[in-house]
Write a protein that binds this ligand. Structure first.
Ligand SMILES: Cc1cc2nc3c(=O)[nH]c(=O)nc-3n(C[C@H](O)[C@H](O)[C@H](O)COP(=O)(O)O)c2cc1C
Length: 188
């Protein structure tokens, strides 16, 4: 084998190894596993706080962002804090209220779901109850989180399926390192 042949073989080998590396990176560039072993951040957000935290969790975990949108979007009047007859308050007081979701959020391909929401009148907004009751969580781990000043209530009482971890509350100005610490400390 002369010198030129050796150089050509070496160049071809380097290009092949680089191509395989690029392919491997592209085929899994979100840090996601195969179908059925993926992470999603499913969330509802009205004023944007939960949206911000959900995006940070997505950046950290590589999970897909799936936003729950209300079929009838909430308005300022609907959510006026302290107004007894506003929509959010009426829904909060009504255990049977299940506000519609604009477009179904398909969680079938995900094994781990970070489930985020604000707290409305001491609990999760009823649209989260609609979502929870409408889905099958069998075989999934659900990690609830909320953005609010007080409680971090779970939705697990609404379903028999899934492994629900304890809910975690974050203030709206939570920083990424706090989220990283929480995520890396999750037991399962
Ligand atoms: C209708 C309504 C009711 C709320 N009730 C509570 C509450 O009971 N406790 C609390 O800590 N925060 C409450 N908040 C504040 C929100 O939970 C908080 O600002 C949250 O971060 C908003 O999330 P979002 O921006 O993703 O919608 C309420 C906000 C609204 C609009």
């Amino acid at each position: 084998m002369n010198r030129t042949t050796v150089i050509i073989i070496a160049v071809v080998a380097i290009v092949a190894v680089a191509a395989i590396g690029v392919y491997a990176l592209n085929s899994n560039n979100s840090g996601q596993g195969d179908d059925g072993d993926r992470t999603a951040i499913v969330y509802f957000s009205y004023t944007g706080n939960t949206d911000k935290v959900a995006k940070m969790i997505s950046d950290i975990t590589g999970g897909d962002l799936l936003r729950i949108e209300a079929a009838m979007p909430y308005t300022k009047e609907d959510t006026e804090y302290g107004k007894e007859d506003c929509r959010a308050m009426i829904e909060a007081k009504d255990p049977t209220a299940r506000p519609g979701i604009a477009k179904d959020v398909d969680i079938s391909g995900y094994s781990r779901i970070y489930l985020g929401y604000p707290i409305w009148h001491g609990d999760s907004p009823k649209i989260m109850w609609t979502f929870t009751e409408a889905h099958d969580f069998k075989g999934k781990t659900i990690v609830p989180f909320c953005t609010a000043a007080d409680s971090a209530k779970n939705l697990d009482a609404l379903t028999d399926d899934g492994k629900w971890l304890d809910g975690k509350r974050f203030f709206k100005d939570v920083i990424e390192s706090e989220l990283r610490e929480w995520i890396s400390g999750l037991k399962s």
